[in-house]
Design a protein around this ligand. Structure first.
Ligand code: G16
Length: 539
């Protein structure tokens, strides 16, 4: 055991989902160690505790896992349960934390951000409920990391993480478990595998793009081996430290190979993609893209068709920038609907309290109370279960949904790597103008209300302010603007655009939203502040 003197770094403030930085930042001496020690201190020490540990396999995952094991041992932890090879998808880690009733877990991932020595790395702590640490804990981590003077570490050889079973690291048990088995078993309890298997046996074709990231082995085991989909259904199924150079963000821009196939002449019936750590999903039907907000609404309306949700759902929650499509379903079902700030951590209390069963975000995240993270493969399996029961195409299901509820046209425009100061100035200027907006008309739409979203957690009463600027129009259209909390370079401006329609459901969302887009640019003067006229990514 050694106590290593160290000096605090001034940038270890966790963002929307843990600490994310360039990999080389994490690789500098003491950087990872300081933050891991701050985690242990912020949760009241590691002595006698049991943790889950794993990551999405990106570059530096293997080294970081060994460092964390040595630090856990030196800090007195009694057991660490590690995914084989140091690999666990984020939802699988959440599941293990819950099933094994541990004191939490450390997950190594920068999610949808690219991996590699010159790309991104990340680390986050999940609580004993399996969910990301709330702001009170991440604030404490930041305080500890900013004042740290030393950390505890053991001098030892690397632990062999390839062989399943238990070894000891200076008295601390290191238990290496199959990364997929427990997660796959959980999925079998929620969905009707027989019905899905019968659908595949009847010729149903699917493509799942794992984007060379962590879901490859999970999707291959579940979709091909257990559900009988044709070999080759899962593409890019071998995880790689640099994700094969892919940007593992499942959206139409980055999963373009899948999009091209699904929009092509011989498209499969169903397509899906997942991200770096397996918590995000994109769903596509033959010739039709399903926006994440619509996907959440369709899943909420049809969840009862899967055995895990046969009794119905208690309530739904969505992040504020997510479209209101799911609210309409909740109203119809007579259940509660909650609007939370961006970040999966805000769903935890509602899920724990049994107030909601399904949650989702426009950022390609959907999940339920089966774990406390969003879950990409879970969403894909729920869709498959619904398709197997309804025996309709994705396009038909979506069209019927819009006929019943109307369509919330929706899009997000991202302006990436914007100069941070200029982005802050733009947001400040807009914030200052909010009070004068109501009553003003833009692009023929009258502003009904404008504010900076503030959230009070209905369960513990904690508040989170400044969670995104909203401009609501009288016709139900909406503009939301906020700066991303997961980027690692400059600022990423996110512009969320929404317009509700009671008819005319086959328009291109960008056309349907044109006046809202125009109004947003006028309002914020994006070009004037940032020099940008066109977004880098449209989802
Ligand atoms: C994380 C959070 C999500 C959030 C997303 C985007 O996802 O868990 O709740 O919606 O980031 O956040 P931002 O808009 O601040 O960049 P992930 O998949 O990156 O862990």
């Amino acid at each position: 055991m050694t106590t290593i003197p160290t000096v605090a770094f001034d940038d270890q403030k966790p963002g929307t989902s843990g600490l994310r930085k360039k990999t080389r930042v994490f690789m500098q001496p003491h950087y990872l160690e300081n933050f891991v020690q701050a985690i242990f201190t912020a949760i009241g020490g590691a002595r006698g505790k049991t943790f889950v540990l794993g990551g999405d396999g990106r570059y530096f995952n293997d080294r970081a896992v060994q460092v964390i094991l040595r630090m856990a041992a030196a800090n007195g932890a009694s057991r660490v349960i590690v995914g084989q090879g140091g690999i666990l998808s984020t939802p699988a880690a959440s599941n293990l934390i819950r099933q094994r009733k541990t004191d939490g877990g450390i997950i190594l991932s920068a999610s949808h951000n690219p991996g590699g020595e010159d790309e991104d790395f990340g680390i986050k702590f999940n609580m004993p409920n399996g969910g990301p640490a709330p702001e009170s804990i991440t604030d404490a981590m930041y305080r500890e990391a900013s004042a740290i003077v030393s950390y505890e570490i053991l001098e030892a050889q690397d632990v062999d993480l390839n062989a399943l079973g238990e070894t000891s690291l200076d008295g601390m048990a290191v238990e290496v478990v199959d990364s997929v088995a427990d997660y796959a078993a959980l999925m079998e309890t929620l969905f009707d595998f027989d019905a899905i298997r019968a659908m595949f046996a009847g010729g149903f074709r699917m493509r799942f793009d794992a984007m060379c990231a962590v879901t490859g082995p999970y999707a291959t085991e579940i979709i091909e081996n257990r559900l009988g989909a044709a070999a080759g259904t899962v593409t890019h199924g071998t995880p790689m430290p640099d994700f094969g150079g892919m940007h593992p963000d499942p959206n139409p821009t980055w999963a373009h190979e899948l999009m091209d196939e699904m929009m092509g002449p011989d498209a499969p019936d169903f397509g899906a993609a997942s991200d770096g750590d397996g918590d995000r999903n994109m769903v596509v039907g033959r010739g039709i893209y399903v926006s994440p907000s619509d996907s959440l609404a369709v899943l909420a309306a049809n969840a009862h068709l899967a055995k895990g949700y046969a009794k119905g759902i208690a309530g739904v929650a969505r992040s504020m920038p997510t479209s209101a499509a799911v609210d309409r379903v909740a109203k119809d079902l007579g259940i509660e609907a909650f609007e939370t700030p961006t970040g999966w951590k805000f769903f935890g209390n509602l899920l724990d309290a049994g107030r909601v069963t399904l949650c989702g975000e426009e950022s390609f995240g959907t999940g339920s109370d089966h774990v406390r993270e969003k879950d990409g493969l879970w969403a894909v399996l729920l869709w498959l279960n619904i398709l197997a029961v309804r025996k309709q195409s994705v396009a038909d299901i979506l069209n019927e949904h819009w006929q019943k509820y109307g369509r919330n046209y929706y899009s997000r425009h991202d302006f990436e790597a914007v100069d941070k100061e200029k982005a802050d100035e733009m947001v400040a200027a807009l914030r200052g103008a909010l009070a004068d907006l109501p009553g003003r008309t833009m692009q023929g739409m009258a502003v009904a209300a404008a504010d900076d979203f503030s959230y009070t957690d209905p369960v513990d009463g904690s508040t989170s302010a400044k969670q995104g600027i909203r401009v609501l129009f009288e016709d139900g259209s909406r503009i939301v603007m906020r700066l991303s909390g997961t980027g690692t370079q400059g600022a990423t401006l996110r512009l969320y655009l929404e317009r509700y329609a009671e008819s005319g459901f086959d328009r291109d969302p960008q056309d349907a939203l044109a006046p809202v887009i125009q109004a947003a640019h006028e309002l914020a003067d994006i070009a004037g502040h940032t020099g940008r006229t066109e977004p880098d990514v449209i989802t």
